[in-house]
Design a protein around this ligand. Sequence first.
Ligand SMILES: [Zn+2]
Length: 712
Amino acid sequence: MADAPILVTAALPYANGPLHIGHIAGAYLPPDLYVRYQRLRGRDVAFICGSDEHGAAIYMRAMQEGIDPQAIVDRYHGQIQEAFKGLGIAFDYYGRTTSDTHRETSQEFFRVLEKARIFNRKTLEQLYDAEAELFLADRFVRGTCPVCGYEDAYGDQCENCGSSLSPSELINPKSAVSGTEPESRETTHWYLPLGNIQPQLEEWIATRKDWKPNVRGQVGSWFNDGLSERAMTRDLPWGVPVPEGVDGNVDGKVLYVWFDAPIGYISATKEWAEEQGDSDLWRRYWQIHEDGTEPTLLHFIGKDNIVFHTLIFPALLMAHNEADESAPQWTLPANVPANEFLNLEGRKLSTSRGWAVWVHEALEAFPADVLRYGLAATLPETKDADFSWGEFQARVNGELADVLGNFVNRALSFTWQFYEGIVPLLDEPNEEDQRVLEALEEFPDRIGNAYEQFRMREAVQETMALARLGNKYFNDSEPWRTREVNPQACENTIHIALQITASLAVLMEPILPHSALLLREMLNLEGVRSSEPGGQGAPIMWEDAAFRLLSPGHILNEPAILFEKIEDEAVEAQRNLLEERAVASEIVEDEGEAEELEEAPFAPIADTITFDDFTKLDFRAGKVLAAEPHPNADKLLRMDIDLGFEERQILAGVLGHVEPEDLVGKNVIVVANLAPRTIRGLESQGMLLFAEDREGKFIPVLTEGEPGSTVK
Ligand SMILES: [Zn+2]
């Protein structure tokens, strides 16, 4: 299995707007980190993406702008590709769904399924915009979400709660083209009966136990609700035409964009194979080999695309496999490591409200690696995460510049200052030297394991841990002192410090590809395998970074600064830009928020108590030492709290509101004189204070008071 070819796909960006950092953190940086790591391991991996250029939204926008849809997708296809390139997202191939290969591939796919009678063809009433003379499929209809009440939900999906919808479910539907209330007309479409396929899907998903909990949880809840059939065709003048030669009238009908978009991964792989001069090469990554080898298919996406990649696309592949069992069989996704959403400065990203950081603009202000680092360290892997410019600056200055950059600079400058840029000899290393060399040996596998399990943030932390180790070792060994009193000890320190920088040049490459290249040049480190597509080169591999990559006597090049610190003015400028744009769309937002406030009132004030009642309560500051889910209850959190004078076990029903690991190390407020009680077999020795907001979410009340302090 380890040798099976790996195909990594990243969600096809929709070609009707530029990319923002939320897109990057969701579906593009994670697979780039993963693929670069796999390339450095020397594994057979292909990284495929492309622009999704069909769908109603693009057609609608073209109508509004009075231009051809092709002009819109051409514009954004180019811009998006530039943004990826600037950020160093290194696909093996970046295609587009308006290509001939894609049209042929998706039409053939449809034809096979239609011939095998996989679809149900049904005539039904559909919303029609009489003014624009257009059937209103999915995104042409906007209205109120029946699940969460969000007023601007699309006909196929609510962006607010993620529910999958059909246009007829919307309350107060309106045509997004003319704004008029749509009428009903008859039309015929091909439906994928997901309900029939559900048992097969459930059986298959049950074998994917290593999927992320957020993905399995989401899929499980859809299974509980029961899957319903989904139309795979649309009435629309823009898209891949439903192929001729199938039963029924195909006039004016195109394939549903979520039928053809995932097939876009296949078409793009075909085009890549063509480019490699081996037109059958794509099969190696998509189909089970004759010897039974199954390629590893990985879809990196954001959480809004989970349904399409875990249910609809696999259902299509399964149906295609069954339609012709003698043909090569498609592989099903081995994993779909979907990310949650990235918020910006504590608010939901919103392009319509101007609350977004565009990649092409951010690249004008900061180097690509610095942006990659800031995003990689805050990826929304298990829950929504927040990106703020303040934290970004703190990370870049405090971690990249002060730890990694500083360590590399000290090691190289010292070598130039006292050893003419030549790697000194290691001779009779002391205990500490040996301990550090042994620690170094563990890093490639430790960082690698994090990548293998899609824990990119952990991989970032572990990579920085190696730089920290180097920095601390350099400080503790005091080479500036030993140089006078014990020259060999000094040489040993510098020798080992340089080995760590060389290992860093390999191990930091997935996260910081441009800086890794620069560091490699400074170290004059030849023969390093590259994480770029097709990077072969000679033989320094990921695992070699465990050992000493530099020989004594090796001559270094002159050092240069790896990371410049970010000035306050630079982040201030970004914050101002954000505020200016948000103000421009403020009116719309004020209306929206005012309505939300009416729907969610504050809790009423409780009955009045006397001062004596109040003084009976003994509040104390306490530090959370450990927090974990209660072993026998869904919502309960079990915590160990240090009250200064003693330790307490406290239970709180807040799981799902807070992440246990976020609480650890925080100082909280405890009701210390509450009678203990036992909940589900564990005794709770007090209570923690939480603020409950209007949506019913619990937020811990934190204090700076030291554990044991009274709170009055
Ligand atoms: Zn909703």
